[in-house]
Design a protein. Structure first.
Length: 125
């Protein structure tokens, strides 16, 4: 895991082969699944937002590591810029900007985001 205080309450979740796929964390409303870099994973359609621990772990297993291949956007000031995840760990995530329309001059630029990475900094596109 990490040595950061925010992660002390995160419970690691592994695949059957031992690979870390993310964490579950308890908050005031229940348990929620998190990516390996601490970003909340959205609830499945038709699922209540408040989950028990088993349901949060089930959601994480259902998603697996597929979120790494999704299209993402990173916030840069007031702009949201298309990005791909290029490296992810419990310490954070590295994104590469891939918006060649509105931000062609920054295409390929990489940014390192320190965990936990919240939805106000990184979101699914």
């Amino acid at each position: 895991m990490t040595n950061s205080s925010y992660a002390d309450s995160w419970v690691p979740v592994h695949r059957d082969d031992g690979e870390l796929i993310g964490f579950v964390a308890q908050d005031a409303t229940g348990w929620r699944p998190l990516t390996v870099f601490g970003h909340p994973i959205a609830a499945a359609r038709g699922q209540e937002s408040a989950l028990d621990r088993d349901s949060a772990e089930d959601r994480l297993h259902a998603v697996g590591m597929s979120y790494l291949a999704e299209k993402w956007e990173v916030r840069d000031g007031a702009d949201w810029i298309s990005a791909q995840l290029v490296e992810a760990s419990p310490a954070g995530v590295t994104v590469q900007l891939v918006d060649f329309f509105d931000h062609a001059d920054r295409y390929g630029e990489r940014q390192r985001l320190t965990a936990p990475v919240e939805e106000d900094r990184l979101r699914l596109a």
